[in-house]
Design a protein around this ligand. Structure first.
Ligand code: DX5
Ligand code: ZN
Length: 224
């Protein structure tokens, strides 16, 4: 890992490789990191919690070999604790689990913490914000989903912004607020204004012919 994003303040752009060309993943990663993305977001999906299957530990391991950048893994899976050790072993630096799949989110957060990685909790757009409160003291980050998870390229759901504000009010200075889904140059400032620190972006980077220009445009928007 090059730098620790939990001690770095200021907005961070996380390139989500879900929209990358997996046939040339190493080149894709180099391109976005050289183009200004701060670190990577890895969407692990099991075809059960979400209606899509992406990748698991073998790809995380391959990504780890390709870069020293921080790897933020978003677990869209029904049984996060079952796969957490293998994902950390593969090289993930933080694991974020969905509150919808666990009975005791504080306990899940503490179990993940024991693996020696960063810990995040996330919630779907329809999930009430109160559901994460019992776990908040045990996590490093809260990810507020701004689309129903499963696919990249969906429309930003502005109705989650009040939830992000509610979370932000309760975070300690060393905790981060992350947002994921539908972020592009037209929506990213609304997320920033709600207090978001980490901005996950897939299609608005990877679907563009010039990834570096796309990242620069996002950063310029954030500085306005
Ligand atoms: C959605 C994933 C996101 C996705 C974002 O289920 O969790 O990380 O890659 O894609 P965009 O930025 O295209 O909305
Ligand atoms: Zn994600």
């Amino acid at each position: 890992m090059t730098s620790d994003p939990f001690t770095t303040s200021g907005p961070q752009i996380l390139a989500s490789i879900l929209s990358a060309d997996f046939a040339k993943l190493g080149n894709e990663i180099d391109e976005v990191l050289n183009g200004g993305a701060d670190f990577l977001h890895l969407d692990v999906m099991d075809g059960h919690f979400v209606p899509n299957i992406s990748f698991g530990p073998p790809i995380v391991k391959a990504v780890r070999r390709a870069t020293r950048a921080f790897l933020d893994a978003h677990l869209m899976i029904s049984d996060p604790l079952r796969y957490a050790p293998a994902l950390v072993e593969a090289g993930a630096d933080s694991l974020t689990f969905h509150v919808e799949v666990v009975d005791d989110p504080a306990k899940t957060a503490r179990e993940i913490r024991k693996l020696g990685c960063g810990v995040g909790i996330t919630l779907n757009p329809a999930t009430p914000v109160e559901s994460i409160f019992p776990a908040m003291e045990f996590v490093d980050l809260v990810l507020v989903m701004s689309v129903v998870p499963g696919f990249s390229g969906q429309k930003f759901m502005a109705e989650v912004l009040p939830k992000a504000r509610e979370v932000k009010k309760r975070l300690r200075p060393n905790q981060r607020l992350e947002m994921d889904g539908g972020l592009h140059h037209g929506t990213i400032t609304a997320a920033r204004d709600a207090g978001v620190d980490w901005f996950v972006v897939a299609s608005a980077i990877f679907d563009k012919p010039d990834r570096s220009a796309a990242i620069t445009q996002l950063k310029t928007e954030l500085e306005r």
